[in-house]
Design a protein around this ligand. Structure first.
Ligand code: HEM
Length: 496
């Protein structure tokens, strides 16, 4: 009996010792791994870091992350670890130097449900060769359309501007929110690029398109909680957000399908058909299937309409609340162009206009966190471990508000983009990340550059924008979901 007790005591001792050693080993391993992870925001089980994030002012929070945690930091959105890259070097390391690893998109319920069409990868959610093929096709198609002498883009845009001017003139100086007018104009600019044709604004097809652009944003904003915890969609109170998302996804799909039936002159469908009979060594190298083309058209329509309309709307607001800068731009335009039609060839001759557009893209980058990236293998950034399949966001907003790069970063000072000779400073421009970096950077950057220049200059040549609201520049950066959205402000114009 005594022996049995003795044996039991020994076994208990061994068990206790074994468990203690196992706990110590796990602890050492845990410490070893976590000490290599980026500094992490406080977090709680299930809800993650959300209670510790300043949701009142998320943009200020993005800038503070850099000040408090340095080049990279980690937070938990629910149970999901997310890494924020807060310095230019860290973003460049991931998106350029290690771009081949980090060119995958993570599954985020809101984005994927909205963009995926019948489980096929869209432009924005695809990875690997499908995505590379879409980028190559878009680059080639835009190269043809944006060509300074043979491209159709400039003349098509001038046509759409005439329609916009008519709408503005009909308002007779009445104060309105310009967002819908600009969404209408930008939607038809994209229709002309993608299908080679504008749609009548009164047509059902166009009205559906316009509604879809408004709903996309609402659906993405409402679904933030589902992205944190996808299982919430099974709980009645959250079901509505999920249904809106599904509905917005269906509308997008219908629009994509509708556009595939229109074959206008110089649109992507026509370019594709030319591509099928391409002579050897023709502009682009890939054959694109009809289903891939439809997905590209859907995403480029969304990507190219909502970002452009909101950037232009914000730009007009900056003009209205900074009247002396607006006047300086108009003086430059009057002196260099007079009343002639503005062309891309004039861009270099209007440095202040260019600098002002860059300053607006700096202060109000429409995608302040770009888009999420992910690697399928463990990796490092700035010396920290990024475990495989961790969501990584480039904190573009923090770079654009970094005092080390921009003196008095919060101030609206277009001349920071000019050098001592009054020419555009390429050094300052190279610190901008509005369109992201690397192989996956925005395929519409050049189109956006041309459209912003031509529209902004033509509008300022013709109108003087004013507002009666008592507001300052800080009102122009609000409502961050995945996209920045200025507070709605009514503007009116005075003809010049
Ligand atoms: C001011 C205007 C615009 C801004 C600020 C903007 C910004 C961005 C950013 C930051 C990304 C994420 C890149 C990344 O994954 O790292 C992106 C992706 C994308 N943009 Fe733009 N963009 C603009 C205009 C356009 C236009 C005009 C088009 C139309 C062709 C477009 C189509 C797209 C598409 C399809 C993607 C997804 C690319 C991919 O996932 O591989 N964007 N954009």
């Amino acid at each position: 009996m005594e022996n049995e007790n003795y044996d039991a005591a020994i076994w208990n001792g061994i068990l206790f010792g074994g468990v203690t050693i196992a706990i110590i080993i796990c602890r050492i391993l845990y410490n070893h791994i976590t000490s290599r992870l980026p500094p992490t925001l406080p977090w709680l089980p299930k809800v993650g870091s959300i209670p510790f994030i300043n949701t009142e002012n998320r943009l200020e929070m993005l800038v503070n992350l850099k000040q408090k945690y340095g080049d990279a930091c980690m937070m938990y959105l629910g149970t999901r670890p997310v890494v924020m890259l807060n310095s230019y070097q860290a973003i460049q390391e991931i998106l350029v130097r290690k771009g081949n690893h980090f060119n995958h998109r993570p599954y985020l319920l809101g984005l994927n449900e909205l963009l995926n069409s019948k489980d096929q990868d869209s432009f924005i959610t695809s990875s690997g060769s499908t995505n590379e093929k879409m980028h190559r096709f878009t680059d080639d198609a835009l190269e043809v359309q944006l060509h300074p002498t043979t491209g159709t883009f400039q003349s098509n845009l001038q046509e759409e501007l005439k329609v916009l001017f008519k709408e503005i003139d009909a308002l007779k100086g009445k104060a309105v929110d310009y967002e819908e007018l600009l969404l209408t104009c930008c939607s038809n600019v994209m229709n002309r690029v993608l299908i080679g044709k504008r749609l009548e604004v009164s047509s059902t097809a166009f009205q559906q398109q316009l509604q879809a652009h408004k709903d996309n944003i609402e659906a993405l904003c409402n679904s933030k909680c589902l992205t944190v915890d996808p299982t919430l969609r099974f709980i009645p109170g959250f079901r509505g957000a999920y249904d809106t998302l599904k509905w917005a996804a269906d509308t997008r799909r219908n629009i994509g399908e509708g556009l595939m039936n229109v074959r206008g002159q110089g649109g992507w469908l026509q370019l594709c058909e030319m591509n099928a009979n391409k002579p050897k060594g023709a502009v682009w190298s890939d054959d694109i299937s009809e289903s891939t083309l439809k997905l590209m058209i859907q995403d480029c329509h969304t990507g190219g309409t909502e970002t452009m309309a909101r950037t232009l709307n914000t730009a007009l607001m900056y003009m209205a609340i900074n009247p002396s800068i607006q006047k300086q731009l108009q003086d430059e335009i009057d002196k260099v162009i007079g009343g002639a039609t503005i062309k891309m060839a004039d861009q270099q001759r209007l440095p202040l206009v260019q600098a002002t557009i860059l300053e607006i893209l700096r202060l109000s980058p429409m995608l302040p966190l770009g888009m999420p990236h992910m690697s399928h293998q463990d990796n490092t950034v700035a010396g920290y471990l990024i475990p495989k399949e961790t969501v990584v966001f480039p904190n573009i907003y923090a770079i654009h508000h970094d005092e080390a790069l921009w003196e008095n970063a919060e101030e609206f000072k277009p001349r920071r983009f000019l050098d001592a000779n009054g020419k555009l400073s390429q050094t300052a421009k190279s610190n901008l990340l509005t369109f992201s970096l690397g192989n996956r950077k925005c395929p519409g950057e050049q189109l956006a550059d041309q459209q912003l220049f031509l529209m902004m200059t033509s509008l300022l040549q013709r109108y003087y924008f004013v507002t009666q609201s008592k507001i300052d520049n800080s009102h122009l950066k609000q409502n961050m979901g995945l996209m920045l959205h200025a507070q709605p402000i009514k503007l009116c114009v005075r003809a010049r």
